[in-house]
Design a protein around this ligand. Structure first.
Ligand code: NAP
Length: 247
């Protein structure tokens, strides 16, 4: 058994710990989006594979038998490629997927299907927006230049595409006290976030509830059917069963 772990999330790092602790034969793969990705106790590779064909070639060249897709729920291209390549190569695929966040009492959430929907949902009157969506999809918000935008990024950007924006540099997980202070310090009126689920980025939603800040929450992209696990323990059990069956 040789496992390819597609990472880039807190859960992927937890799974890497569990695999390393059991001396399992696994490679951890990063896209290479951040300048200094968190170190892992597994052998690491960094960078795209080159689409489905590139991933299939990697699987064959490295005798991969199992893929665990623990990428972010919005990393849809990588997840689609993993589904296609696993079918083409006849290797097992399991996704480690967090449950989406659900509104609780006191939440003021507006669900939108995508980034364009989030831009459209922002008001016309100037607002103070915490744009908690990373760095890759900021440009569409240029259509609403009247707002102040607060960004939280892992790496310091060279230039920001938005005219009235401030970037703070920080890496999760984040806590409620810190996020409450952040929202208050910047007088935030709206948060735009992806429905990532999990605990590492949830604090801003708890802080927003207490402060009465509106959250514009982007729904997850829809993926083709695939086998899904909800926890590291479930993935380990799946790998254990596969090992017992000798596949
Ligand atoms: P994406 O749009 O699904 O992927 C674009 C391309 O990046 C893929 O086709 C693949 O290139 C490469 N790639 C993505 N994940 C990879 C991985 N783990 N190992 C090797 N190559 C990978 O993904 P994205 O939204 O840009 O996210 C990139 C990475 O950041 C992901 O690993 C994800 O877990 C992490 N992340 C994303 C978000 C988010 O909001 N999207 C948030 C937090 C963390 P090739 O086609 O050349 O193989």
């Amino acid at each position: 058994m040789r496992i390819l772990l597609l990472g880039g999330t807190t859960e992927a790092s937890s799974l890497a710990e569990a695999l390393a602790a059991r001396d399992m034969d696994a490679v951890f793969s990063y896209a290479g989006r951040t300048a200094q990705p968190a170190a892992q106790r597994l052998p690491m590779r960094v960078g795209g594979f080159g689409g489905v064909a590139g991933l299939a070639a990697y699987i064959q060249a490295h005798s991969i038998t199992h893929i665990v897709d623990a990428t972010h729920p919005f990393a849809a291209q990588m997840s689609r490629n993993a589904i296609e390549a696993s079918l083409a190569c006849g290797v097992q695929l399991l996704a480690l997927e967090r449950k989406p966040w659900r509104a609780a009492q006191g939440d003021d959430w507006l669900h939108v299907p995508d980034i364009a929907g989030a831009v459209a949902a922002l008001p016309d009157a100037p607002a103070r927006v915490f744009l908690a969506i990373g760095k890759q999809t900021l440009a569409p918000f240029v259509a609403k230049p009247q707002h102040f935008y607060l960004l939280r990024l892992v790496d310091r950007p060279d230039a920001l595409p938005l005219p009235n924006a401030t970037a703070i540099i920080a890496r999760g997980p984040f806590d409620v006290a810190g996020d409450t202070a952040l929202l208050q310090a910047h007088a935030i009126t709206h948060i735009v976030a992806k429905n990532a689920g999990g605990s590492g980025a949830e604090a801003k939603l708890t802080a927003a509830r207490a402060l009465g800040v509106q959250v514009i929450l982007i729904d997850r992209p829809v993926l083709p059917p695939r086998q899904v696990a909800g926890s590291v323990a479930e993935v380990m059990a799946w790998l254990g069963h596969s090992a017992e069956r000798g596949v």
